[in-house]
Design a protein around this ligand. Structure first.
Ligand SMILES: Nc1nc2c(ncn2[C@@H]2O[C@H](COP(=O)(O)OP(=O)(O)OP(=O)(O)O)[C@@H](O)[C@H]2O)c(=O)[nH]1
Ligand SMILES: [Mg+2]
Length: 448
């Protein structure tokens, strides 16, 4: 994937791209953004239509005047456009030949070139039409596979998170100004002391609010990245069989030989509208060769990072107990209840047969319930990305340095408040190291 150009000249170009889906379609939307967008209409789709009104036009090559399509065209002069620049849209017929003729014609207009991935969004960001958090929401919306992901992304794309972070940032800036006034009036003890007290109280209030936002059980990240379920247990209990049954396809190799699975295998499942990532792992046992040992190490690591561990017990050989390290994120699943000699009285949270499918729908419903529980948290917007979490933690850390027994000089407290506000500024892209911007916008596809 190409990355968006960052040099200043590149943004003076006029860029074009197919913004609708690729392939043979009835209609395709080509967007053109930049100073030459109006010229594009004059040269290819004259006369230029009234701003923000659709008009039917014959499209012609700017040099040969050869007609290549009939299209609906729209004209959005900047700054009232999606990118903030002059922008036009050509709703052409969706065939490959029409599209390539359109691109050829556009490239023939001076100053026009094809857009790189995310370039439209990047321009919108640079013109203040979009903040970084909202941009990330739009990417997530395009990428969303499940209903929960779509709902959360739409919320972020409509600015819910940006508003929250921006409101805290503004409050911190205000608090810092108050703290600085304590410094300015330091020869008037009363004024200075009350300003400082007020600023400290406000910093503490914000710290508490931010802290409760951090303690959201990762629900936003779970929705976005998927709820991580790990299948673990001794060798040969049917972990891979269960994974295949859940995925409804043969993902993992199954055999009666203990130690079949040596690596971590993953499948993505839609569990009642929520994304889950189910991982099959190597059976845990002591006697094992070096490769299997590495597999076991990976299995333990995955289990430690999981949101939920399904500990599989073989009903025909219920030998081992659930290891205590699985803790409260473990669910015991008794497998092979169909097999001759199966002991169905072995204590477990649920019983299934990966072979016949008995008990599987109930297991799926149980898992969906657990994921729903883990992601529910009322109306407050949740943190959706690690990138945000890191900055919020940095913000809180800066604030906590101020509060606890306040021995800091107001100058230092003011500086801590600046650090806290800057951390939040990085989330919405007010303080924008280029590399973060490049990373975020490179995730967009071309034409967005
Ligand atoms: N009867 C019966 N056999 C099962 C069931 N689930 C798995 N098996 C059998 O148990 C054996 C082991 O199954 P696997 O799915 O490979 O077990 P595993 O836990 O992944 O094993 P390792 O990868 O070696 O740790 C195979 O012969 C399966 O056919 C079940 O529900 N009923
Ligand atoms: Mg296996």
């Amino acid at each position: 994937m190409m990355t968006a150009p960052t040099s200043a000249d590149a943004t003076h170009d006029t860029v074009f791209a197919l913004s609708s889906g690729a392939g043979r379609t009835a209609l395709a939307v080509v967007r053109v953004s930049g100073p030459a967008a109006g010229l594009v209409l004059d040269r290819i789709a004259a006369p230029r239509p009234k701003p923000r009104f659709g008009a039917f036009r014959k499209l012609r090559h700017p040099d040969t005047a050869e007609e290549f399509d009939h299209a609906l065209v729209l004209w959005f002069p900047g700054p009232n456009s999606e990118t903030g620049e002059d922008l036009c849209e050509l709703h052409i017929h969706g065939g490959r030949a029409v599209l390539s003729a359109t691109f050829e014609a556009l490239a023939a207009v001076p100053g026009c070139r094809p857009a790189t991935a995310g370039e439209f969004a990047r321009r919108a960001f640079e013109n203040g039409k979009l903040d970084l958090t909202t941009a990330e929401g739009i990417i997530d919306l395009i990428d969303a596979d499940t209903d929960a992901q779509r709902r959360q992304a739409l919320r972020q794309a409509s600015g819910d998170l940006s508003k929250l972070y921006e409101s805290w940032r503004q409050a911190l800036i205000g608090t810092r100004a108050l703290m600085e006034s304590a410094i300015d009036f330091s020869d008037e003890a009363d004024v200075s002391e009350s300003a400082e007290k007020q600023a400290l109280a406000e910093a503490m209030r914000l710290a508490n609010e931010i802290k409760s936002h951090l303690e959201d059980g990762r629900r936003g990240e779970i929705v976005r990245e998927g709820f991580r379920i790990v299948l673990a247990g001794p060798p040969n209990v049917g972990k891979s069989s269960l994974m295949n049954a859940l995925a409804r396809r043969d993902v993992a190799i199954v055999s009666d030989e203990p130690g079949t699975t040596r690596d971590v295998l993953e499948v993505r499942l839609d569990l009642g509208g929520y994304m889950a990532i189910v991982a099959d792992t190597a059976g845990l046992r002591d006697a094992a060769g070096t490769i299997e040992q590495e597999g076991i190490r990976r299995a333990r690591q995955r289990a430690a990072e999981a949101d939920l561990v399904l500990w599989i017990i073989d009903a025909t050989a219920p030998a081992r107990d659930v290891p205590t390290e699985l803790g409260t994120r473990g669910l015991r699943v008794l497998n092979k209840i169909d097999a001759p000699g199966a002991d169905v009285r072995v204590p477990a949270d649920h019983a299934v047969s990966a072979l016949t499918g008995v008990g599987l729908p109930e297991l799926v419903a149980m898992l969906a319930g657990i994921v729903r529980e883990a992601t529910s948290g009322g109306d407050a917007p949740a943190i959706t990305q690690v990138r945000h979490r890191q900055q919020i933690e940095a913000c809180l850390e800066a604030l906590e340095a101020i509060q606890s027994p306040n021995t800091l000089a107001p100058e230092i407290a003011a500086e801590q408040l600046r650090l806290a506000a800057d951390a939040l500024g990085r989330i919405v892209g007010r303080i924008d190291p280029e590399d973060v911007l490049d990373q975020v916008f490179a995730r967009f596809c071309i034409g967005k």
